[in-house]
Ligand binder design. Structure first.
Ligand code: AMP
Length: 178
């Protein structure tokens, strides 16, 4: 299945979660068996061409794609979690949202020093979420040189922000605007 065919499986939901936002909904893609398999296959090809020793996914939709890619490549999966979910002492990273802040957490025991981690999420917009995940994983001792997304919204500048942080960014499809 081509990337254009994958793009056609993503549902556009206007004004969600608030007016003016065009929500690019991957629920319809993962609900399509061949489409889901193809998306994971493309992402696994990209991750497999790096020297990754482990795959990190960002809660929640990044778990769907990241864990699938990790299993396909036979690599460990590191969940980057929303606050208060991990049952052990965590490393945490706050990051700015449009209104307020949010936090990501990781189990430092899940990362060995020098581990080469590829970060996966469903979508990159401003890049704030992925940048926080990368900083967190680096603080835990990982080398993060690559981040993969199903969808990039390039006009929001997130991919460029990650590139400035020394990360190679690839996405299977992109949408203009926001
Ligand atoms: P950002 O931190 O701005 O790059 O936002 C990325 C996170 O928010 C990802 O985890 C996405 O799942 C979600 N997100 C942001 N904008 C959208 C959008 N237009 N459609 C779907 N998900 C989005």
């Amino acid at each position: 299945m081509t990337r254009d065919e994958l793009k056609a499986l993503i549902r556009d939901v206007p004004d969600f979660p608030k007016p003016g936002i065009m929500f690019r909904d991957v629920t319809t893609l993962i609900g399509h068996g061949r489409g889901f398999a193809a998306a994971v296959g493309h992402l696994a090809d990209l991750a497999g061409s790096t020297e990754a020793t482990s795959i990190a996914g960002i809660e929640a939709r990044g778990f769907i794609f990241g864990a699938s890619v990790a299993a396909r490549l036979g690599l460990p999966f590191v969940p980057v979690r929303k606050p208060g979910k991990l049952p052990v002492p965590v490393l945490a990273m706050d990051y700015a949202l449009e209104y307020g802040t949010d936090t990501l957490e990781v189990d430092p025991g899940a990362i060995s020093s020098g581990e080469r981690v590829v970060v996966i999420d469903d979508l990159i917009a401003t890049g704030g979420t992925a940048h926080a995940a990368i900083k967190l994983l680096r603080e835990a001792g990982a080398e993060v040189g690559h981040a993969l997304f199903l969808v990039d919204l390039p006009d929001l500048g997130g991919a460029d922000r990650l590139r400035e942080a020394g990360v190679t960014v690839e996405a299977l499809v992109d949408f203009p605007g926001h």
